[in-house]
Ligand binder design. Structure first.
Ligand code: KG4
Ligand code: ZN
Length: 352
């Protein structure tokens, strides 16, 4: 089975080919990603109109390159998968339309993939892993703990009630005049800073329900910054380190609560899995390894380039769905909002 994946839901344009040999493991044949960071940097965040136009400019070339690098012709594919949401609608339409057009032209099945489901299933591409497992999804738009029971079968255990953790990293970076996107910058500076200099809150710590909150932490950073006044490089590094330490403590405590709730509802999890851009953060990765050791729950950490947005995860989700006979027709519309668990109440502020 060989599937082309297309991803355009945010500020990464991506195309990839993934193969699943009979009885074997998933194999990434190509994985092309073009980040639009340079286009958005001047605005300190993603501008939807700029994103959509940038996707249009590169998507054809990216698909061509992904096929070429994979040594695959359109006719060799078993299906074409494109992310159909959630995300920025203008960008989604670009990838979705490209995917549909290629499917129509080649007569291959088309699969509309939920971007969050693609993050959730990535661990089954990189590792041999059976359902059910606990997913910690930490990105710029999402912070959730989800029980992954099967393809298309999700139970949201907890979610952020305000900002996503990646958003908090980005906002703290902005306060400190660090370049966009802020997450990697905050991580880099935190390595030189003192995590104990500033005493910052750990929101939601100790609560049974595995929800998250980051807006209070962000405000506390702002107040400390105002207190410091004219800041030195050391002040900035210490703030980054103190903020990151608070974020890590919160994530670990909430994941521990998520594992507990998972066990109560569904029995022992086969693993805990991390996905989303913030999962590239090495302090978070190290802390999760400690949590795995302490709880005895297997930890699956996909490599950082498969944690951030990419199209290999879309192609893989396509393979998972195609294996179950799940294909879509040309009427499938782009979705700005598309929660994994349709029954979960919406505690988040607008983003799916
Ligand atoms: O999953 P992603 O690539 O895009 C979506 O939001 O869907 O995640 C991007 C987010 C940004 O907020 C970025 O600052 C954050 O992930 N991020 C990081 C790191 N690398 C990316 N946050 C903390 N540490 C990092 N090393
Ligand atoms: Zn994402």
């Amino acid at each position: 089975m060989r599937v082309l994946g297309i991803e355009t839901t945010c500020d990464e344009s991506a195309a990839a080919v993934v193969r699943l040999p009979p009885g074997g493991a998933g194999e990434i044949l190509s994985n092309e990603v073009l980040s639009q960071i340079a286009e958005h940097a001047a605005y300190g965040g993603v501008v939807p109109e700029i994103a959509a136009r940038a996707h249009i400019e590169v998507i054809d070339r990216l698909v061509e390159r992904a096929l070429e690098r994979a040594g695959t012709r359109l006719t060799d594919l078993d299906a074409i998968a494109a992310a159909a949401g959630p995300g920025l609608i203008g960008g989604i339409i670009v990838g979705l339309t490209t995917g549909k057009a290629l499917a129509l032209a080649s007569g291959k099945p088309f699969i509309a993939v939920n971007h969050l489901e693609a993050h959730a299933l990535t661990a089954r591409l990189t590792d041999e892993l059976a359902f059910p497992y606990l997913l910690l999804l930490v990105s710029g738009g999402h912070t959730q703990l989800v029980a992954v029971k099967g393809v298309g079968d999700y139970l949201r255990l907890g979610s952020t009630v305000d900002d996503a953790v990646g958003e908090a990293f980005d906002k703290v970076a902005k306060m400190l005049d660090l370049p966009y996107p802020g997450g990697p910058e905050v991580e880099r500076l935190a390595q030189e800073g003192d995590p104990e200099r500033f005493v910052l809150p750990r929101p939601m710590l100790g609560r049974a329900k595995p929800d998250f909150s980051f807006s209070g932490l962000k405000t506390a950073v702002r107040l400390e910054l105002e207190r410091v006044g004219a800041r030195s490089p050391d002040d900035v590094a210490d703030l980054c380190a103190s903020f990151q330490a608070a974020a890590v403590d919160t994530i670990i405590d909430r994941t521990r609560a998520g594992l507990r709730l998972f066990r109560e509802r569904l029995g022992q999890a086969n693993a805990m899995v991390v996905a989303g851009g913030v999962a590239a953060n090495s302090a978070i990765r190290r802390a999760l390894m400690r949590l795995g050791g302490e709880t005895g729950v297997r930890l699956v950490l996909p490599p950082p380039q498969l944690c951030t947005d990419n199209a290999a995860m879309i192609a893989w989700a396509g393979i998972e769905r195609l294996s179950l006979g799940l294909v879509d027709d040309m009427s499938f519309a782009a979705r700005a909002r598309w929660p994994l668990d349709a029954n979960a109440e919406d505690v988040h502020h607008g983003k799916a």
